[in-house]
Unconditional design. Structure first.
Length: 161
């Protein structure tokens, strides 16, 4: 019995010490909920495009290399209502074919279901086209985009590089 009481006291003490305002990786004094003093790596996943009406589902990764090919240009994000706070960084790695992004949960008609909102607009769109760098001049602002779920819709925009 004495061992059980000692064990419970030890667990209780550990739990009290675990209740901190932040978690630090390589730091003893975290300044945020998660404070990383070092490098951060994000999971990179490549996806091949799907044909019209059969978009390739995006269900893994944070940094996405999208590879559209002629006739296979479609990709589809999860329903934004099921992944609040989810962030994707997507790059069309093709230099000759545009990529088109859709979302599960879309319902025809503005204001119905999941939609895409450009970060600088209140007007929604049903899909987002990510341009290929056909001119090989680096002047295509939609070649790399960030998508963020607000729990209802997807907000998207340029990285700002």
């Amino acid at each position: 019995m004495k061992n059980i009481v000692s064990l419970l006291c030890l667990i209780f003490t550990f739990c009290l010490n675990a209740q901190v305002d932040g978690v630090g990786i390589n730091t003893q004094d975290p300044k945020s909920t998660l404070d990383i003093n070092g490098n951060l790596s994000l999971k990179v996943v490549g996806y091949n495009g799907g044909p019209g009406g059969s978009a390739t589902p995006i269900d893994d990764g944070i940094y996405l290399n999208l590879s559209p090919t002629s006739g296979n240009i479609e990709f589809i994000l999860p329903d934004a209502t099921t992944v609040p706070g989810r962030i994707y960084i997507a790059r069309n790695i093709s230099d000759s074919v545009d990529a088109v992004i859709y979302s599960f949960g879309f319902v025809a008609g503005q204001g119905n279901g999941v939609e895409f909102f450009p970060g600088d607009s209140r007007v929604s769109v049903k899909s987002v086209t990510m341009a290929a760098d056909i001119g090989n001049d680096g002047g295509d602002p939609t070649k790399t985009l960030v998508f963020v779920s607000d729990g209802s819709n997807w907000t998207y925009g340029q990285l700002g590089f």
